[in-house]
Design a binder for this molecule. Structure first.
Ligand code: SF4
Length: 229
């Protein structure tokens, strides 16, 4: 595993649990609004954190931490993700994996081997707009397959979209809603321009709280559980 960072305690990454968060280095998307450019742009990578240090820390914190979240970057690109999750399971941690959904085969293995307890998948936009929003060519049949795999996995999960005003409007959100099972949790993440992969996005904005409430109300006609986070 190429690990770019370890957050020793997080109260927000794993719903309802105190988790450690492992940040993997590398991503196959180039979303301009990405707030983790140091995990995506190789020129900005920091020194990697040795995997054995991470495992040793998690071993020591057994009984104090309640779970481990693996995020990125894109964790499913990591060659040793399966082995890493197997080790976390041996230690006894519930695990959450965040993904952009580009590697359904990896997700299928995680699900079949019961190595993951919570899956969070970004849906960048309507399938026909993926290349534009992720700033790279994307095989959207894989995105669709990941959504379907996660939906039918029986594993607790959420789908989520980062909402940049210039990129995503109500029409896009309604297209995304068509991809998601009515009973899934759908999270709208207001874009916050603090750190971005593409510097020009620092001047972009999201919607106001009132506008978000209106978006949520409309989406709740399509999906039962919509939250703004
Ligand atoms: S937002 Fe996620 S998928 Fe997009 S570039 Fe950043 S890490 Fe990759």
């Amino acid at each position: 595993m190429k690990i770019g960072g370890l957050q020793r305690v997080s109260l927000i990454d794993y719903p309802g649990k105190i988790s450690a968060t492992v940040f993997t280095q590398g991503c196959n998307f180039l979303c301009p609004y990405c707030h983790n450019p140091d995990l995506v742009d190789p020129a900005r990578y920091g020194p990697p954190v040795p995997e054995d240090q991470v495992i040793s820390f998690l071993n020591r914190r057994r009984g104090k931490l309640e779970a481990v979240t693996i995020t990125g970057g894109e964790p499913t690109l990591q060659k040793n993700l399966i082995r890493f999750l197997e080790t976390l399971k041996e230690i006894g941690y519930p695990t959450k994996v965040d993904t952009n959904g580009s590697k359904p085969d990896v997700l299928e293995t995680l699900i079949c081997k019961r190595l993951v307890d919570y899956l969070a998948m970004d849906i960048k936009g309507p399938l026909q707009r993926y290349a534009q929003i992720a700033s790279t060519e994307v095989d959207t049949s894989k995105i669709k397959r990941s959504i379907d795999l996660i939906t039918t996995s029986g594993i607790e999960h959420e789908f989520r979209t980062t909402v940049v005003r210039s990129q995503i409007g109500l029409k896009d959100l309604l297209s995304i809603a068509e991809l998601i099972d009515k009973s899934s949790l759908y999270v709208l993440q207001p874009f916050i321009p603090t750190k971005t992969l593409n510097g020009s996005f620092l001047s972009e904005s999201s919607y106001s709280p009132i506008e978000f409430s209106a978006l949520r109300e409309r989406l709740e006609k399509e999906i039962t559980r919509v939250v703004i986070r």
